[in-house]
Design a protein around this ligand. Structure first.
Ligand SMILES: *Cc1c(COP(=O)(O)O)cnc(C)c1O
Length: 219
């Protein structure tokens, strides 16, 4: 199928899965394709673009400067690279340590919209805070003036069954609502970044507001 056809099919699936009032941004993860294919997806109507490596982020960002896009960084970000990109990123999805937050605080020249990454399923191989850790760290995150915690992000295990996926996404939604209710300075926490090619339907059904889709757009 062409990229246009993939976009049409995925947007159709999304419309069926979401509730009428659900706000949802569809992010194209372009880490495995070049600028030409990225341009095709933009022409098909997608204006949220995500990369997971600093070099490819910068390359595409500059090659696509003419376009009106919202830029997402979804990968693990090394502290020494923060200064190279942080001011260009509209949404940073992988805030996974206090040390990284401190570096962003130091380098950003305006408040950056960030998602705290949560390892809901407790997989040893995954980045992110546990639910308990994040509850404890909220007062510290609140102090950063260059970090606005807009929401929570998670990645479900690759081999999770639908039932487990629903459970993981529901758990993240509950935590997001719990934090939002606290009305903490710099932590509105109204958004949920969850759902990838293999599990975006389940994530949307559980209230996702940002889905990050790669492979399915470019297959
Ligand atoms: C690659 C990636 C995605 C997209 O995954 P697909 O399976 O290609 O849809 C989403 N989120 C993160 C953090 C990724 O690294």
């Amino acid at each position: 199928m062409t990229i246009h056809e993939n976009v049409k099919e995925i947007l159709h699936n999304i419309t069926k899965a979401k509730s009428a009032s659900q706000k949802l941004s569809v992010i194209a993860v372009t880490k495995s394709v070049d600028t030409k294919q990225t341009k095709e997806i933009i022409d098909a109507g997608i204006c949220h673009i995500a990369e997971n490596r600093v070099d490819s982020f910068l390359k595409k960002y500059h090659e696509l400067e003419e376009e009106r896009l919202t830029w997402h960084f979804i990968g693990n970000l090394q502290r020494r690279k923060v200064k190279e990109i942080i001011d260009l990123v509209d949404y940073f999805h992988a805030l996974d340590s206090l040390k990284l937050a401190e570096e962003i605080e130091k380098r950003a020249t305006h408040p950056i919209k960030c998602f705290i990454e949560i390892n809901v399923s407790g997989e040893a191989s995954k980045q992110g805070f546990s639910i308990e850790e994040v509850r404890e760290l909220l007062p510290q995150f609140s102090k950063f003036e260059k970090i606005r915690i807009v929401g929570l992000m998670t990645m479900a295990p690759i081999d999770a069954e639908p039932e487990q996926l629903h459970k993981i996404f529901k758990t993240l939604k509950q935590l997001q609502e719990e934090i939002a209710k606290k009305n903490i300075t710099n932590i509105p926490c109204t958004e949920l970044s969850m759902g990838m090619s293999r599990d975006y339907i389940e994530a949307i059904q559980e209230g996702s507001t940002f889905v990050r889709i790669g492979r399915n757009f470019f297959k």
